[in-house]
Design a binder for this molecule. Structure first.
Ligand code: CP
Ligand code: NVA
Length: 304
């Protein structure tokens, strides 16, 4: 039966660890020029309702490296849910392709695609979550730390889609996850409660970024206004002005703290130039690992 990847909670902890191993193996082989065309002849339809640099290019590159092909569908082309229903698109693409990756506004649309497709559907970001990002980020943390033992992650900023995927990850891999968010911008309350009920990790919301940063192994942030929230940018700039990853926070954290950002970054807003470009920053390692972890996801879901 086909499997989708809409959220990190679609995977067990064991499956997540197996994806890390497979990604590490594919990465090593690719760098040595010893990669096999595991998905030879397979095609991935990539539907985009929003712009992208990393997601589009890493998925497309990944498919080519695996011997397959990816088809990019730009935001103004398909009119998913407008020109044509997600159910119809899902059934048509299932007749042509071996997988669908979609970046959408509404997570429900993604779920509808998955319900009606007979091929795997992968979430390339929705307003609810961004699971490929956090899988790639955890692979990057593993490469830098060697293990996840005693991991404390401090999220600074908006309780948005990327934050939700961090919470999902905390439901699978034990960690201390502290999210410093301004009042009114918390992650989904029910999700936080569910994560704490699962008892795998401790998930806390605080209002003071310095408190979150204290002794943290990872300082993570994302834009103050996500794609689709452009009209709220001015209001958000005021609300988030004290929620920046900068040298003060880096000093509060562990000496070997990893500074992370999913990118694109707005220097001087959610992250200072010095933190982003400083010696603790691993933002380009994490961007690279989108490629390797997504190849592992593609192989796992699409190889027959
Ligand atoms: N981090 C990330 O998903 O980047 P893009 O929006 O450029 O794809
Ligand atoms: N929260 C951001 C993430 C971009 C990768 C957005 O949704 O725009």
């Amino acid at each position: 039966m086909k499997r989708d990847f809409l959220d990190i909670t679609d995977l067990s902890a064991g499956e997540i660890h197996r994806l890390f191993s497979l990604a590490a193996d594919l990465k090593k082989k690719q760098k040595k020029g010893k990669a096999h065309p595991i998905l030879k002849g397979k095609t991935l339809a990539m539907i985009f309702q929003k712009p992208s640099t990393r997601t589009r290019i890493s998925f497309e590159t990944g498919m080519v490296q695996l011997g397959g092909h990816a088809i990019y569908i730009s935001p103004d082309e398909m009119g998913l849910g407008k020109r044509e229903t997600a159910a119809d698109v899902a059934r048509v693409l299932s007749r042509y392709n071996d997988g669908i990756m979609a970046r959408v506004f509404s997570h429900d649309l993604l779920a509808e695609l998955a319900r009606h497709a007979s091929i795997p559907v992968i979430n390339g970001l929705s307003d609810w979550s961004h699971p490929c990002q956090i899988l790639g980020d955890m692979l990057t943390i593993l490469e830098h730390r060697g293990a996840f033992d005693g991991l404390k992650v401090a999220w600074i900023g908006d309780g948005n889609n990327v934050a939700h995927s961090w919470i999902h990850m905390a439901m699978r891999i034990p960690m201390e996850l502290v999210l410093a968010c301004p009042a009114g911008f918390d992650p989904d309350k029910d999700l936080v409660a569910k994560a704490n009920d699962a008892k795998t990790s401790r998930v806390r919301i605080v209002r003071n970024p310095l408190e979150a940063a204290e002794e943290a192994d990872v300082l993570y942030t994302d834009v103050w206004a996500s794609m689709g929230q452009e009209k709220e940018a001015a209001r958000r700039k005021k609300a988030f002005k004290n929620f920046q990853v900068n040298d003060r926070l880096v000093e509060k954290a562990k000496p070997n703290v990893l500074v992370m950002h999913c990118l694109p970054a707005h220097r001087g807003e959610e992250i200072s130039e010095s933190a982003l470009e400083g010696p603790r920053s691993i933002v380009f390692d994490e961007a690279e690992n989108r490629l390797h972890i997504q190849k592992a996801i593609l192989v796992t879901l699409m190889k027959k």
